[in-house]
Design a protein. Sequence first.
Lengths: 492, 349
Amino acid sequence: MADLNAARRELEDALGGGEVLSDPLALRLYARDASMVEGSAALVVFPRSTDDIVACVRTASRHGLHVVPRGSGTGLAGASTPIGDALVVVTAKMDRIIGIRSEDRLAWVEPGLFNLDLGTALRGTGFTYMPDPSSQQVSSIGGNVGTNAGGPHCLAYGVTSAHVLAMDVVLSDGSVVRLGAEGPEAAGYDLRGVVVGAEGTVGLVAAVCVRLTPEPPAITTMLLDFATVEDCAATVSAIIATGVVPAALEMMDQGIVRAVESFAHAGYPTDAAAVLLVEVDGIAAGVHAQTLEVEAAAHEHSVGTIRVAESAQERALLWKGRKSAFGAIAQIAPHYHLHDCVVPRSKLVEVLTGVYAICRREDITVTNVFHAGDGNLHPLLSFDRSEPGILERVLRASEEIVRLCVDAGGSLSGEHGIGLEKRDFMPLVFTEDDLAAQACVRSAFDPPGRMNPQKVLPDGARCGDFAVAAAGASPDGIGDAAGPSIPEGTWI
Amino acid sequence: MDLIEPGTKDEVRDALRGASERRSSVAIVGGRTHADKGNPAEVDRELSTARLDRVIAYDPEEMLAVVEGGIRMGELRRVLADGGQEWPSDAPDDATVGGTIAVAASSPRRLRMGPIRDSVVELELVTGDGRLVRSGARTVKSVQGYDLHRLATGSLGSLGAIVQVAVKVRPLPKARRLVVSGAGGLAAGRIVLSAVPLPSAVVATPDRIKVSLEGWPAEVEEQTTAISGASGDVEIEDGAPIGGPEAIGAPVVAEVAVAPSRLDGVLAGERDWRALMGVGIAWVGLPDNGKRLASLRRRVAEVGGIAPVIRGPGGLGDAPVPALEVHRRLKAAFDPAGILAPGRFWGGL
């Protein structure tokens, strides 16, 4: 058992009394993120500098506390849900833009900065930061790094990893290392690429150097509606087949369109079975050519109406409809479970049909709004927790959806991550050797297993199994990342 | 030197497991087109992946190609062109896909296409002790677990043999054009870079600026007009390649990587170079690996960059490796007997 009082005093000395919380209300508030899993926090701290983060890690180490990093708490897989004797390190107060250097196409920012605030600060520079998760108004760059966040515009521009040049990372021994470089390549292995998407399990990100992308000179945004989901999905494939790679290609089914429309009043057609929001960008002449290709592809698949945004305001309104989807569904039921998995584009219709069937069987309302161009599905299960037996049904449906996606050749997650909620599904897609190798990567960064343990990898995935079995290998220095069973100390 | 040429993944596993047991050192080789990159490493034998050359899955609609590591770039280009697509690496036809990934070769079109690491979505690696491990997923987007494929990309064969990969591919452009302007130098390169929207490359040399344009025909016309407006007379060479490090004739070529605005100081005094504007890569031709290379590396180090040699002798240089302990633990986990080209990688690994 950790000496929490001693740890708290140390942290108060290092960071200032106001930056450490231990009252029951605070501990309860920080016991969960936006996933369904609740854990428990021992202490909550708000560092304001890299040195503060180092102090947090050192104190945690001295007192046997786990370190659980947290940005804005919008994570959907439970990566920021603390378990056991956990020091929750909230980066929300580290929200400065350190510097924008458009001549080098980069900006240094602190991890707590909101994604959208970076975009706002870049206005007028001719550059932008491309990853745009739907949570961007409140999600932090550090959190985006942790989950390798995506967003609608990642179809053409790639996910967060493609937009992070370098990071200052605090490792579990308290050392600060700069991974990656301001230039395009760095010495050594691409450790930067491992930290992005590692969900805070290998170190704490104290500063991020993001890559800036020139703003496209021309943009066309279109809303297409269809009488059947099949035609809508077939249009996605047909657009890709023309050789157009849209900047964004988003699909919404009737349930979500109706919820969004009564909320955002964006003029979405509520009688359509499904709509596609398509954005093409680039040079004006090319955008025009791509728009014609998209329209032709849609006409081949019985598109109803094609609405082309005539102004920046209209484009913003169409996007408001898409990006407010997760707020709008509160009209359907008070709680939701948002899924995230990826399937081959050619399996979209098959998997969607399966998702509808599963939810019908479990009598759960499901709506779909997702990154169709990437094959990244987001079935949204709406429910009321007070209904007896509903959680079991939701969890059962969730597992079936995951298996359906995996059977279709898909991935467990496109952008939300594994965290706690999906770690036990990892053996569906990886062998024991694969998982042991991943455990080795993790423990190479964090031999004592102090950083956000019990996330990402399932119980039993151990680096030791990998290295010890090797001919003449010495297990020295290879730690054991896996902790006790997950349900212990957590609940849904 | 002994050459092992396994034809299956299992044969690769057997060979490396056996070598680990005997503590016999091995260098993984592909097409040998990038073999100069890395520090000198004496090995007992070589293991060639060239017979692992199958296309495992390719459906243009998925914009992914799954291939074995030993497939040649030329063959992959032909297969993808039949589907109207390309993997935007400009490595030579004789290079293997696995080798191109293992050295993280930069395409001259990197400005638009990004680094090679962002196109590798799934990877199978046979580790030094003969285990087959896979990471990533066969989808264009995935976050499931730790991205071993990121570590393998650029690892110079120090963690294992890349036996299979899934790479993201893209549609071939409807039109390609090379526009060449008469003035040269970094300042002229910057003028072109800021004047032309979304080029796939702006390559500056001391006496020319070459711009690679790709897209719809009307788009390429619009870009050409923008370049003419910024730099006056231009020559148009439709279909000509932009040219990477192979366009430098010198016996030694170093690949400088620094923040783009630092190129001026780094290239001062050099006469034979090709710089990727907006990217921060410059290939610098040198007569040998002597004083001029050392001096170039000093200037690069002052601005926090690296300058490994990619042709001829000279190795990787002595830039500091961050988190060296993490590197050592990774090497120990993936190559526990230390048989994979000892010393070839950064940090003496």
